[in-house]
Design a protein around this ligand. Sequence first.
Ligand code: NAD
Ligand code: MN
Length: 498
Amino acid sequence: MAAKEYLNFINGRYVPARTGKSYENRNPADTSDLIGTFPVSGPEDVNDAVAAAKAAYPKWRAVPAPQRGEIIRRATEILIRRKEELARLMTREMGKVLKETRGDVQEAIDTGLYAAGESRRLWGKVVPSELPNKAAFVTRQPMGVWGMICPWNFPMAIPSWKLFPALICGNTAVIKPATLTPASVHEFVLALTEAGVPAGVVNVVYGEGSVVGEALLNHPDICGISFTGSSVIGKRIAEVCGRQLKRCSLELGGKNAQIVLKDADLNLALEGVIWGAFGTAGQRCTATSRLILEDEIYDRFLEMVVERAKQLKVGNGLDESVEMGPLVSEGQRQTVHRYVEIGKSEGARLVCGGAPLTSGDYSRGYFYPPTIFAEVTPNMRIAREEIFGPVLSVIRVRNFDEAIDVLNNTSYGLSSSIYTRDVNLAMKAIERIEAGITYVNAPTIGAECHLPFGGVKETGNGHREGGWTAYEIFSELKTVYIDYSGALQKAQIDTAKD
Ligand code: NAD
Ligand code: MN
């Protein structure tokens, strides 16, 4: 069967890149499985897409928000109907196991249903004026054309966090999917189109970040950039947007830790760390990359974790019995392995995994086993830098205070977790942990779509995509005064008593 040729989606039409170039999207569990070819676009393609989004904007912003919400609800119904098929496609292009890709599609569904509700709830505030016969209120307005740049680890959920609220707020958009997971975005935008999103409102341009991403960032008709990806690229985006005073919302890297105190339910903490560290083969922004253990339970709990990690079934995510899929690409596998070499050279003790899986069926893809380092000390690079793979660094601490200090000893601040039965210590941890998200007696992963999501320090720039806060990102406030006194009234001056 000939590979499917996917095209850019501009102004409601599928068009090839003006460059005439394309690339292959292959299954990281089995590189003989070709999902399709995608355009390698250039700046002209971005220009076309932005022009289409700009032309569609006046009409779309005039559609009442609840009607925009109705279209999103219909798109959500298409996703519900196609969930299984979309999950399979996503496993093929990204590698994570079916259970997780079903969850990814479900997150887009949940985000869409929430967005449809929010469309009837784009509230402002009515505020008393200090003057008589004068009304004051605050309302929300759309902004224009948003640029969206996505990573590959949540191929549909992350585009949905961006597109749904931006559309509800009345904006139009140009989205650049990650080069490794473009098919999921194609299908997602197809659902929007079938549901009735008009031509030009959502445009998709495939290609390299350094070309398509840069062209979007720099385009004068783009009002804002919503970016999820690494902190290195995030800083570049903030720089360019800063020069042009464009709004930018950044969701960046993480180096998340799970603390287990000596009084914790160790079996529960075990389930948590296995899921947190090795789910999605550790390629989650919220993955558990460090395990911080109180001395009293260190040896016993480490043994429990290693024993379970060794049993995890690694393989093709389309096989329902598989618990961990491959890494997304050979490049990602090399990065992970480089960190394993760094860990060894820093003197950490490798207790399981640590070398690419290459025998038998593993030779078809980019497999890497669950890997655990013990006796990691807080200043090692494997304790502070994001690895983005199935590698867990285990750190010994003397007590609660040291656990918190070690957890905070990184430039990132996305997710965090503490296992304890002591409510006083749990509350102190919530106060002292520097992270956007803290879980108590639950792993570092598991965000729900109707709550704010994001992090502190180098994980972001203060915005929260997810929940009601996403609607603040994608809209501008307008403050309105209506003077119905029929006279000129002067704030601060007429009201002054002397
Ligand atoms: P990445 O930063 O390499 O790429 C992200 C996107 O940016 C891709 O679409 C890429 O093509 C594009 N890009 C690259 N260079 C660009 C440039 N100069 N200008 C504009 N766009 C450019 O990240 P990745 O490898 O795709 O994803 C993994 C990273 O994403 C990890 O650091 C992870 O922690 C982070 N992430 C964060 C969250 C979050 O919500 N905080 C969620 C998922 C992933
Ligand atoms: Mn792929």
